[in-house]
Design a protein around this ligand. Structure first.
Ligand code: MF3
Ligand code: CO
Length: 253
């Protein structure tokens, strides 16, 4: 599939999808507390998404059974909300969500600490976020896609962290996953040239230990092979001739 270039009208719709998703993340971030179940997070997230007249992108996507992916500690992504999975002080929790607004998707992820977390966990969350910002320094018309990948990789590796290779970022628009695939690791090619109007979900998934991951028997939950902590940070980004526009991040989050 070719990479789609969005029209001005489509960009307006994606901006709105992004604005709403940012609110969803901010509300969920505020609601997190020890004793809450991962299903509580999903229920609240779905309610907020629907209150804006949006559809949760992930619900029923390839059979995924919830609206918010909730991944705790060594879980990398795609954790399935569960009423018996209770957040405890010291946990870290990655929330990944997407909304569909008038047929257009936005996709974003954040990792939060619950209560007081270890220095190691703090550093992992901070560096994962920094990886995204290192990557988007290259997210501009005329640059090459895999320059973003290389920048993410090198920042994570400089901290001794593992970069997940089994899952990637992606183009996004009328579908949750569009071309191109966006690796978070260094490629030995530069990839496609970026053009204004491309919309990309850039999403580093970074582990304290090995980059290697396993899938649990539920067929969804991805965990680090060494069960070290993992963090995730994602925004939907619009490529322009100048600086990229972060569709899912206007305020600080
Ligand atoms: N951000 C994730 C991705 O781009 C979300 C998909 S989760 C799924 O793959 F549940 F919808 F599969
Ligand atoms: Co995504």
């Amino acid at each position: 599939m070719a990479i789609t270039i969005k029209s001005a009208r489509e960009i307006e719709l994606m901006k709105e999808a992004g604005r709403i998703l940012e609110i969803v993340h901010n509300e969920l971030g505020k609601a997190l507390h020890p004793g809450m179940s991962t299903l509580d997070i999903d229920r609240l997230g779905e309610e907020i998404i629907r209150s804006y007249g949006c559809i949760p992108s992930f619900l029923d996507y390839r059979g995924y059974p919830a609206s918010i992916c909730v991944s705790v500690n060594e879980e990398v992504v795609h954790g399935i909300p569960d009423k018996h999975r209770i957040l405890r002080d010291g946990d870290i929790v990655s929330l990944d969500a997407g909304v569909i607004y008038k047929g257009y998707h936005s996709d974003a992820a954040r990792t939060h600490g619950i209560g007081v977390i270890s220095k190691e966990a703090e550093e992992l969350i901070r560096v994962t976020r920094e990886c995204f910002f290192e990557g988007i320094k290259y997210a501009k018309e005329g640059n090459y896609l895999f320059d973003i990948s290389a920048a993410i990789d090198s920042h994570a590796v400089s901290h001794g962290f593992g970069v997940v290779r089994d899952l990637c970022g992606h183009g996004i628009g009328t579908a949750l996953h569009e071309a191109p695939e966006i690796p978070n690791y260094k490629m030995n090619r530069r990839g496609v040239k970026l053009k204004a109007g491309m919309t990309l979900a850039i999403e580093p998934m970074i582990n304290r230990g090995t980059w290697e991951v396993d899938w649990l028997d539920d067929e969804w939950t991805v965990v680090t092979r060494d069960r070290s902590l993992s963090a995730h940070y994602e925004n939907t980004v619009l490529i322009t001739k100048e600086e990229p526009v972060l569709l899912t991040l206007n305020q600080e989050s």
